[in-house]
Design a protein around this ligand. Structure first.
Ligand code: PGA
Length: 234
């Protein structure tokens, strides 16, 4: 099973030109690497970027119809997009996405033939209350309810307190969480780590914490830094 290194560009960068420059820089640097690289830009940049595997950052659970502002899995598939991130903590926080809604999206994505990067993770408050594993279990069970075939599902463990803070999770704690998540999914489901991944910590998650890949936010907007991260996973 190849390692999966995914870039989550979030609502960045600010222009098409910048998006193309970052993308082309990454493309140059990753020729021939032995890991799977996926770039998840904003929806509006998806049709522009060619030559690396693309992922979306979200999708809606219906096929088409009166859902103003939404994008369907079928539309993504038609563009040649292969992956979709579902359940990111920023969507849970700012758009009130619940485990039930996330479950509907994962079901629809699987039906549509998209590969999913399903994000889970505890907040600092939940961690401090000793509820981390309870939260992870609930998110996994409810997010994947009724989905028997996990062939196209990847799980990203992203502690909310580690995202965009520079406060990445320790290797020991990441390993403990990955081992816990592994109890719910078979060996062929990749479990990624995400949260303040940089080139100076990325290799450790793969080599010591047992992660099958990484979901990288901020550091994936700098081509050189992201290439180093990718290479650290080989
Ligand atoms: P970060 O974001 O690497 O900037 O912490 C990770 C993510 O939100 O997926």
């Amino acid at each position: 099973m190849k390692k999966l290194i995914a870039a989550n560009w979030k609502m960045n960068p600010a222009s098409q030109k910048q998006a193309e420059d970052i993308f082309n820089g990454i493309k140059e640097g990753v020729k021939g690497v032995a890991v799977e690289v996926v770039i998840c830009p904003s929806f509006v940049y998806l049709p522009l970027l060619k030559g690396l595997t693309l992922g979306a950052q979200d999708m809606f659970w219906e096929e088409k119809g009166p859902f103003t502002g939404e994008v369907s899995g079928a539309m993504l598939k038609d563009l040649g997009v292969e992956y979709v991130i579902i359940g990111h903590s920023e969507r849970r926080k700012y758009f009130n996405e619940t485990d039930e809604l996330i479950n509907k999206k994962i079901k629809k994505a699987s039906e549509t033939g998209l590969k999913v990067i399903f994000c889970i993770g505890e907040t600092a408050q939940e961690r401090d209350a000793g509820k981390k594993n309870e939260v992870l279990e609930k998110q996994i069970k409810q997010g994947l309810a009724g989905i028997d075939n996990l062939e196209n599902i990847n799980i990203a463990y992203e502690p909310v307190w580690a995202i965009g803070t520079g406060n990445n999770c320790s290797v020991e704690n990441t390993k403990e969480s990955i081992d816990f998540i592994r109890k719910f999914v078979k060996e062929n489901t990749r479990i990624l780590y995400g949260g303040s991944v940089k080139s100076d910590n990325s290799g450790l998650y793969i080599k010591e914490a047992g992660a099958n890949g990484l979901l990288v936010g901020g550091a994936s907007l700098q081509a050189e830094e992201f290439i180093k991260i990718i290479k650290s996973a080989e």
